[in-house]
Each structure stands twice: as structure tokens, then as C-alpha cells.
Design a protein around this ligand. Structure first.
Ligand code: HEM
Length: 406
């Protein structure tokens, strides 16, 4: 009998053999702990991402209940207005505003500063010895990058990281109320900080600044409500603080596990970008695949009844190892080119930060390889207990041959 235990150590180390069995034996599986069906095959995941009867809004347009509102107003203020919860019309309005600010062209202007931030983190690493790629490197730069894009002065990174960790943790289904409540103080601290930053920037706008442009959209042409602004800025800080950390860690892990592929990237740094995409395809960091949807009405898919409001889990990790996507899915190939980028989602909710994640992780990977001509794994990765990600909390890597800090 197949069973999914997302925290089982063997599963965490390598979930792909189990996912393969699910794809072959039970591609649609009712997961008792999550009270919903998980879809493992590429074709089902993509069909359901296109399905208009599924929404990202867990409240199905009804908003959060009054008791939750009264008990945890800061949490509800964020969730009520976030891109996953607002109505499709509001979503389209907000995305129209924010997409150009995070498009590849707009981001080019930030490239020198992003490279500088990453350079400073890399220069602070020892010239040789064993480093923890997660804690010493990957976790140190993305929160600084997103804060610098918003022109937020340094000093509050820990509060943003706590906000990100806590907000993401509350997305886990079936959480006991006391555990849920334990995340609220960090969320309130984060919300208070973002409110203060909005007030400060309102009082002193910065010409051409991304954050000031969002505030203008709110104050001058009312394209964004106060609540939407708070939620959007928090969402960018949350999205920007966590995901790229794991992408960087996993990319370095997979390159070290595949020395022939590492040699290709060293020989041609332009392959870093496809190496990152291949990491997201081959072994991304989701715990059970990442995306959740909710049926607006009950309907039948492939003979399975999907009930109104019951979670539908789309297992991207498994879908990307499906031979329907590529003929040799178990091969890690940094030269692979896949035109779409389904690891950043699909359709209206496609990741706001995809270009940013790619730009910063590409700079980070190339700078890291440049600094260290010799690197090798110094032990097995140690995994953490992140609710949604198979987070690596220690990736011991032996580094040698570094030149002095540049
Ligand atoms: C490795 C890096 C990243 C990966 C793999 C990733 C993946 C994704 C995916 C799959 C979605 C779609 C969610 C859905 O359909 O329900 C998404 C949405 C989103 N991402 Fe990312 N992301 C990454 C980095 C970032 C960064 C750096 C930011 C911050 C700027 C960000 C901000 C967002 C936001 C705000 C959304 C919500 C979009 C919406 O619902 O309209 N992400 N991301």
C-alpha cells in the first residue's frame, strides 16, 4: 500500500523513487493527512493548473471567518489581500502593476547592486575549509537582495525571515490551533515593520524607487488599496527571502553530485541559468510538490470527485520526473532546454519573482564557482523541518584554492 509521509527521512533524502511508484500505481491519491487528492502525473498537473473551476483562494471568495479576524487581525490583513486570495479582477489589477517592476528589463538596472551584495557575502567566506553552503552562503544574500530592491535599509533581515517562515508555516493543512497561534507573534512583528516602512516611504518618497511607485499607485491613482499594498510588500519580502535560498543550495548540491555537469558549467558560465532550471526540474525543494488549489464547485476529473473547497495538491516535483515531460527525466543535464518554466507556475499566478530568482541565483552560482576552483561534498546534506520545503539546513562543502577576497 503506497503511503506518503513527507517528513520520513528516506523520503526527504530522495522522494523520487516513491513518486515514480505513485505515477505508475496511484497517480491520483487521496492523502488522508492533507484531506485532499494529490496528482502526480505531468499531464494531470498541467491540466489542473489550467482548470478554471480551481482557485488558489482557500476561502472560496468568502474571506476569513470573523473569529479568526478578531483573534489574529495582522494575519488576516495579509492573507485577505494577498495574490492567492483576492478576486480574479483584483489579482489582474495588482499583477499589471507589479509585473513590469519585476520583469527582466527592469531588473537589469539592479544587477550591479545585486552582484555587489552577493560579492560581499562570498568575500566573507573562508578561503579554504568546510563551509555550510546553506547557512554561510545561500541564506545570506536573497533577503538582502529583495530588501535592496525595495530600498529598505539593512538591519531588519531577521524580522523578514521570521515573517516568511511563519507565514509559510501557516499554509500547512490540518495544523492544530495552538501551533497555528504560535506563529502569530512573528507575523505581527513583520506586519508592524512593513507598516512602519510604508509610512516612512510615504513621508519621504525616493525618485524612481520601486516601493515608492507601489505607494503612488495606492495614493494617487487608487490602483492598490492600503491592505493590498501591505500584503504585496510582505509577499515580495516573503517570496524573496526563502525560495532562492533553497534553489542555490540544491543547485550546488546537484552539481557536486554530478561532477561532469559541474565541469560543463565551469567551462561555460552561461550554462548556469539552464543548470538552475534543471535543478528546479530534477530535484526542486518542495516537500510534496508545492501547489494547492481549491474547487469552486464539485466536479469529476478522471473519474475522481473533487469536492468544493477540498484541497487539490499538484505535485510538481513528481510531474517534472514524468517521461511525458522529457524522455530521460532521471538524468541531470545542465544543457537541457525546456521552453516553458512550469517550476515557476503557470497562467495568471506565474511567479512574480521568476526573473529575479534567476538573475540572483545565476550571479550567485557563477561567483561561488569563480571564488573556489576546487569544491567537493564534505558529507551528506542535513535536512530541516520546513513545513513546505525539503529544506537543507547544512550542506557541508570542502572549498580550496580561493584567491583573496576580490
Ligand atoms: C527559486 C525561486 C522561486 C520558485 C521556484 C518560485 C515558484 C513559484 C511558483 C510555482 C508560484 C506559483 C504559485 C501558484 O500557482 O499557486 C510562485 C508565485 C509567486 N512567487 Fe515565486 N518562486 C521563486 C522565487 C520568488 C521570488 C524571489 C519572489 C519575490 C520577488 C517570488 C514571489 C512570488 C509571488 C508574490 C507569487 C504569487 C503570484 C500570484 O499568486 O499571482 N517568488 N512562485
Amino acid at each position: 500500500m503506497l503511503h506518503l509521509a513527507p517528513f520520513d527521512p528516506d523520503f526527504v533524502r530522495d522522494p523520487h523513487p516513491l513518486f515514480r511508484r505513485f505515477r505508475e500505481e496511484a497517480p491520483i491519491y487521496f492523502w488522508p493527512e492533507g484531506q485532499g487528492n494529490i496528482f502526480f502525473r505531468y499531464r494531470d498537473v498541467m491540466a489542473l493548473l489550467r482548470e478554471p473551476r480551481l482557485t488558489t483562494d482557500a476561502t472560496l471568495g468568502a474571506g476569513y471567518p470573523a473569529e479568526l479576524r478578531a483573534a489574529f487581525p495582522d494575519f488576516v490583513a495579509l492573507r485577505d489581500n494577498d495574490l492567492q486570495t483576492v478576486s480574479p479582477e483584483a489579482h489582474a489589477r495588482i499583477r499589471k502593476l507589479v509585473n513590469p517592476l519585476f520583469g527582466p528589463r527592469a531588473l537589469e538596472a539592479h544587477r550591479p547592486r545585486v552582484a555587489e551584495i552577493i560579492g560581499e557575502v562570498i568575500d566573507a567566506l573562508p578561503r579554504e575549509g568546510v563551509i555550510n553552503v546553506f547557512a554561510d552562503f545561500a541564506r545570506r544574500y536573497p533577503v538582502q537582495v529583495i530588501a535592496s530592491l525595495l530600498n529598505i535599509p539593512p538591519g531588519d533581515e531577521a524580522t523578514f525571515i521570521d515573517l516568511a517562515d511563519s507565514l509559510i508555516a501557516t499554509l500547512l493543512p490540518g495544523m492544530p490551533p495552538e501551533v497555528f497561534a504560535s506563529y502569530m507573534p512573528a507575523i505581527s512583528r513583520g506586519v508592524q515593520l512593513v507598516r512602519r516602512l510604508v509610512d516612512e516611504r510615504r513621508a519621504e518618497p525616493i525618485e524612481g524607487d520601486l516601493f515608492s511607485r507601489l505607494i503612488n499607485a495606492c495614493d494617487e491613482d487608487e490602483r492598490l488599496s492600503d491592505g493590498e499594498l501591505l500584503s504585496l510588500v510582505s509577499g515580495l519580502l516573503v517570496g524573496g527571502s526563502d525560495t532562492t535560498v533553497h534553489l542555490t543550495t540544491y543547485a550546488i548540491l546537484e552539481l557536486l553530485r554530478h561532477p561532469d555537469q559541474l565541469a560543463l558549467v565551469r567551462a561555460d558560465p552561461s550554462l548556469a541559468r539552464s543548470a538552475l532550471d534543471e535543478t528546479l526540474r530534477y530535484n526542486s525543494f518542495g516537500r510534496i510538490g508545492g501547489l494547492v488549489r481549491f474547487p469552486l464547485e464539485s466536479f469529476t476529473y478522471e473519474g475522481v470527485e473533487l469536492h468544493r473547497g477540498q484541497p487539490v495538491y499538484l505535485n510538481l516535483l513528481s510531474a517534472f520526473r514524468d517521461p511525458e515531460l522529457v524522455a530521460d527525466p532521471d538524468v541531470f543535464d545542465v544543457r537541457r532546454r525546456i521552453n516553458s518554466s512550469p517550476w515557476f507556475g503557470y497562467g495568471p499566478h506565474f511567479c512574480v519573482g521568476a526573473s529575479l530568482a534567476r538573475m540572483e541565483a545565476e550571479i550567485a552560482l557563477n561567483r561561488f564557482l569563480d571564488r573556489y576552483p576546487e569544491i567537493e561534498l564534505a558529507g551528506e546534506p542535513v535536512y530541516g523541518t520546513h513545513p513546505l520545503f525539503r529544506d537543507i539546513v547544512d550542506l557541508p562543502v570542502r572549498v580550496r584554492g580561493a584567491t583573496a577576497a576580490s
